[in-house]
Design a protein around this ligand. Sequence first.
Ligand SMILES: NC(=O)c1ccc[n+]([C@@H]2O[C@H](COP(=O)([O-])OP(=O)(O)OC[C@H]3O[C@@H](n4cnc5c(N)ncnc54)[C@H](OP(=O)(O)O)[C@@H]3O)[C@@H](O)[C@H]2O)c1
Length: 466
Amino acid sequence: MADADIGLVGLGTMGAMLALNMAEKGHKVAVYNRTLSVTEDFVAGAGELAKNLVACDSYQALAAAIRKPRAIVLMVPAGKPVDAVSADLADVLEAGDMIVDAGNANFHDTNRRADEARDIKVMGIGVSGGAEGARHGPSIMAGGAPEAWERMKPILTDIAASYDGQACATYMGPAGAGHFVKAVHNGIEYADMQIIAEAYGLMRDGMQMKAADIGDVFAGWNNGLLASYLTEISGKVAAATDPESGAPMLDIIQDRAGQKGTGRWTAIEAQHLAAPVGVIEAAVAARNISAAKDVREAGEGLFGAAPEPLTLNLDMIEGALIAGKVICYTQGFEMLRRASTAFEWDMPLPAIAEVWRAGCIIRSDMLNDMASSLRDDPDRLLMFAPYFADILKTHVPALRWVVGASLGAGHPIPALSAALAYFDAMRTGRGTANMIQGQRDFFGEHGFERTDRDGSDFHGPWAAKR
Ligand SMILES: NC(=O)c1ccc[n+]([C@@H]2O[C@H](COP(=O)([O-])OP(=O)(O)OC[C@H]3O[C@@H](n4cnc5c(N)ncnc54)[C@H](OP(=O)(O)O)[C@@H]3O)[C@@H](O)[C@H]2O)c1
């Protein structure tokens, strides 16, 4: 009987949790997994919720189980698996049905799939919050045709996290817009994690603090402007002890981090959009540098380890982190604004800040203030909004002190340094690109604008002297 509200393909970590979340909210879900035993085990282990699950052993059975127009969520790895499953589903779906890719797709792929799909609608939804979020309330960034969103909206708003009673699931625009917003979310996530890691490094190497004490500091900061999921878990990570050795967990974890791709995509797309996201770029680069541990160790052998103790205090580091955070989120929202204009997406920037307030990895109360500032004036640079300008006036001196002291003593803090560089550039009315333009005209006769009259094709006196 075709009475399931929705279908779901891929009962891995995320898909299983999402299906249980939907079932718990009263939606009947037809589920399919490539490996049949996974489907059977999943439904058998769902307890009470099994009454809202329909186990399907083929795509035909899946299509037959869902009410029309059918909506099928994919939770399979991004890339070829999504193309393969979409092609198989196309054989069993009808005009008006929809495929909803909820994995971490590259938004270019989602755009392509939306273009290629004829009668079937393609949605791309970014889902953040990991397995726990998927089970109990993720943040959802949806892209696709407006009518596809209307079909999915009741289910997505039901399963999403909520902030002050408002569901963290929002329509971001056509086709790949949802996956684009998710990529920028992940870019900001990289940057936020990196500046927190740099603050940890300043406490560990600059102030010679022990991990447990650093944990207490993060826990304290979590009561102030830095209150956020990432600050909270950083405190818990720093405070934890390795059950095997009894040593602080952080001292046992290898200092090498990888990247799955979305942070890198954000940095690449930022270049296409001419969006300056230096803090995100620094965070992506820092992960790449972290992975090259052998080279770093060789460098230490060659040049000596950096750190001398630093003259810092915890208030300065907290202030630097606050300023760095405002600046990195400013860059992320600026990138979204540029994408919205370039792709004619008409993205709802204040609603994006709202959708990130709960459920996702970068959730924080500061995002609520960002939403208010963006609602107040969506076209203004976020850090120029009075509330955030005041925060920066208060805390940039700490950022400047921390960056200056760290650079002087050789502590690597690339993301905080990039934040300060951006801040200073954005409050410099007269920059130095006049020299760039002079150079370009000198070697390539590219022409330049003058400060004293209109027009763009003026040349310097050097041509005659060549
Ligand atoms: N894990 C997270 O925290 C998280 C957070 C947000 C977004 N995501 C995204 O969510 C998606 C799923 O991630 P996950 O962590 O749930 O992955 P996962 O645990 O590895 O599960 C992958 C699922 O996809 C199925 N699958 C793989 N290749 C397939 C193919 N070619 N055809 C059909 N089915 C195939 C697997 O089926 P079998 O059982 O047959 O192998 C399995 O059910 C990814 O895009 C990921 O980036 C993950």
